[in-house]
Design a binder for this molecule. Sequence first.
Ligand code: ASP
Length: 333
Amino acid sequence: MRITSITMLLIAFSSITVATTASAEKRKNMVAIAIHGGAGVIPRDQLGPDDGASYRAGLSEALDAGYAVLAAGGNSLDAVTTAVRLLEDNPLFNAGKGAVLAHDGYAELDASIMEGRTLAAGAVTGLRHVKNPIDLARRVMENSPHVFLSGAGAEEFALTQDLTLVPNEYFVTPTRKRQLERVLQGRVQARNELQGLGTVGAVAVDAQGNISAATSTGGMTNKRWGRIGDAPVIGAGTYANNASCAVSATGHGEYFIRSVVAYDICALVEYRGWTLEKAAKEVVHGKLIQRGGEGGIIAVDPQGNVAMQFNSPGMFRGMRDSAGRREIAIYEK
Ligand code: ASP
């Protein structure tokens, strides 16, 4: 009797192990990417006459380009760089061309990138002439002994990296000029414009199970005194660790920095063993709301799970994976 139950227990155990290994195997080659184009208050009338179709098209283009890198066997670092670069080039989003303007009328750009396999990271802030800030962040990570470069020094480094530099006017669009004017004239609640809608980011997991995160932004309209948001701050706006997850954030940076949002989500996954979804919800809908921080995040884990959580009325976002899921959305469904 005793032997029989032990035998049965062993059989049960071995089938659990088989099932677990099978699902781990299945997930091993799972690739996934998620992107965002900013969170905040997005009144429908500000979406333009096409009701957001151009934003969706921009998100689709970046999502599919990033996914194509993964589908072709490329790594997650290349996938997030590709997606973010395209969003930087799209004038609708608050990164690269079309970035929001600082108090003095200039665009001032921040970006960061992190690789979960090595914990290598690169970040840049206060750029005025680098066409694609995400490319410079990646060069800082790969070609410099440092992690975080700022302003003139960062641009001096860019000159050694064969990157495209442009006059600041390249970034400035009529829409962003109008937004700054309205804030300066006190015609709109600074808080609305300060949401800095349109920060961009991407997270991805490749077929090797390696994850990466990237974020790029112009920050907030009317920012002054060299203000730096969360986007280029490793741990706040961007974080990636193969032991937990990769996160890119968007929202009111001052709150995201103080809550160390991206790292906090990964820490809950790593130390508490929570699922990505549970950890993301706890930080975005729990801690951040309690502290008054509006915004959202996208995240992936090495198993291919994707989380997209926001506590604002909307977040431009998209995800695609090798299980056939593909989604582009702006508002809560
Ligand atoms: N997080 C960005 C910043 O504070 C802005 C945004 O994501 O909307 O600079």
